[in-house]
Design a protein around this ligand. Structure first.
Ligand code: ZN
Ligand code: ZN
Ligand code: ZN
Length: 375
C-alpha cells in the first residue's frame, strides 16, 4: 500500500468523498462499501488488493454518519499515514475472531448497500450474512466520478502515454528475426520500467499468426523475416495511472500479400475514430466511425472487438467505446482507440492510442507514427 500525495491531496480526497455521497444518495443506497482496489485508490490513494481479512471504507449516505475505515489491526500500520482525522473518517480496527463484517455495518441506516465491483464474493456474502439484506454494484456510482478525469489525472495519463511512446521508440532494436516473442517481450518489459512505470503490466508480442489473436500474450515462437508483429504494451506509473499503446511492426517486407491494403484501411479507421471524438458525441458513434471504414474495405468481419475502453487507475474501465453505448462523451474522459484487423492463422494488426476528450475536441496521449513500421 502507498499513497502519492502529489496526485491526491486531502482537499481532493474530501471532494471525492463528498461527491460519492451525493451520487450514493441519488442512487438510493444506505452506504457504499469499498474494498481495496482501484476505487479505494481513487478515493484515498491506497493501493493493494483485497485479502480474506476485511479492509473496507464504508461511506454512509446519511451525512450525520461518519465514513468508517474498517481494518484488521495487524494491517492498520499501512493506513496510518492517511489524513483520516482531516477527512472525518472514523477508524474501526478488528482482530482475528471478531466479526469484521458486522463491524463494518454497525450504525448504518436501512437500505441497500452498494459494494465495489471487484469486492471478493467472500466479503460480499459475509456482509449479507451480517445483515445487509440487499446489495448492489457500486460501479455505476463510482463511474460517475472516475470517468471524468481532473487536471492532475490528465497530466498523469499524458505522462504515462509519453513513457510508453519512449518504449515503442526503442522496439526496433529488439524485434529481430531469430529471436522469440518471449525474448523480445523481456526486453520491452525492462524498458517499460526504465521509462518510468512502476511495473510492466502487460506485454503482448504477437508475431505472424499469433497477431491474429488480440489478447495473445507471448510465446516461444521464433520471429521470422516477413512477419507482421503486434506489440501492445503498458503499465502503471507510480501514481497508479496506466499507459496502453499498440503499434504494429513488420520484420522486413511482409510475406502475406494482403497486409499493405488492409493496414492502410486500418490506419484510416483509427484516424476516423480519433477524428470523431468531441464532447456530445456518443461512445457508439466513435466505434461506428472506425467500423464503417473497415466495412468499406470489406474488413468488417476481421475487426472482432470494440474500438476502445476507458483508462485511468484501471487499464480497462468506463467508458467503453462499443456498439450500444449511447453515453455522450464529455471533456475529461480518457479512452483507447484501438481498431484491429485479424486474419486467422496468418497475421493481425492493431493501432492503439489513448485519447482525452477536450472542450474543443480530442488530445492524443500517444504520438508515435501510425504507419506499419518496417524494420
Ligand atoms: Zn485489451
Ligand atoms: Zn492495448
Ligand atoms: Zn487497450
Amino acid at each position: 500500500m502507498g499513497v502519492s500525495a502529489a496526485v491526491l491531496d486531502v482537499t481532493t480526497m474530501r471532494d471525492r468523498l463528498g461527491r460519492l455521497r451525493d451520487r450514493a444518495a441519488e442512487a438510493g443506497v444506505a452506504a457504499v462499501v469499498i474494498t481495496p482496489g482501484s476505487d479505494l485508490r481513487y478515493l484515498l490513494g491506497v493501493g493493494g488488493s483485497s485479502f480474506e481479512r476485511l479492509t473496507a471504507l464504508v461511506v454512509p449516505t446519511d451525512r450525520a454518519l461518519a465514513p468508517v475505515l474498517v481494518s484488521p489491526a495487524l494491517e492498520f500500520a499501512g493506513l496510518g499515514h492517511l489524513p483520516l482525522d482531516d477527512l472525518g473518517v472514523e477508524v474501526r480496527t478488528w482482530v482475528d475472531g471478531e466479526d469484521a463484517h458486522a463491524l463494518a455495518l454497525a450504525g448504518l441506516g436501512a437500505g441497500p448497500l452498494a459494494v465495489s465491483d471487484m469486492t471478493p464474493a467472500l466479503h460480499l456474502l459475509q456482509l449479507r450474512d451480517a445483515g445487509a439484506a440487499e446489495q448492489r454494484l457500486a460501479g455505476p456510482i463510482l463511474r460517475e466520478l472516475r470517468m471524468r478525469k481532473d487536471v492532475v489525472e490528465l497530466s498523469q495519463l499524458r505522462a504515462a502515454g509519453a513513457a510508453i511512446d519512449r518504449v515503442h521508440a526503442r522496439v526496433a532494436q529488439w524485434l529481430r528475426p531469430g529471436r522469440t516473442e518471449a525474448q523480445v517481450a523481456a526486453d520491452i518489459a525492462a524498458a517499460i520500467v526504465e521509462e518510468g512505470h512502476a511495473a510492466a503490466d502487460f506485454v503482448i508480442v504477437g508475431s505472424g499468426p499469433n497477431g491474429a489473436s488480440p489478447h495473445h500474450s507471448v510465446s516461444d515462437r521464433v520471429i521470422e523475416r516477413g512477419d507482421v508483429v503486434v506489440v501492445d504494451i503498458g503499465g502503471p506509473l507510480p501514481s497508479g495511472y496506466n499507459s496502453d499503446s499498440t503499434r504494429t511492426y513488420a520484420v522486413g517486407s511482409p510475406h502475406e500479400p494482403d497486409v499493405a491494403g488492409a493496414y492502410a484501411a486500418l490506419q484510416a479507421a483509427q484516424q476516423a475514430a480519433v477524428d470523431a471524438v468531441r464532447p456530445g458525441v456518443t461512445c457508439e458513434s466513435v466505434d461506428a466511425a472506425a467500423r464503417s471504414v473497415l466495412a468499406d474495405a470489406e474488413l468488417a468481419d476481421r475487426f472482432i472487438h470494440r474500438t476502445g475502453h476507458g483508462i485511468g487507475l484501471d487499464v480497462h474501465e468506463e467508458p467503453y467505446i462499443v456498439t450500444g453505448n449511447d453515453l455522450p462523451l464529455e471533456a475529461g474522459m480518457t479512452f483507447s482507440i484501438e481498431p484491429g484487423v485479424y486474419v486467422r492463422g496468418r497475421w493481425g494488426a492493431r493501432i492503439e492510442d489513448i485519447v482525452a476528450v477536450t472542450p474543443e475536441g480530442v488530445e492524443r496521449f500517444n504520438t508515435r507514427p501510425h504507419d506499419l513500421a518496417i524494420l
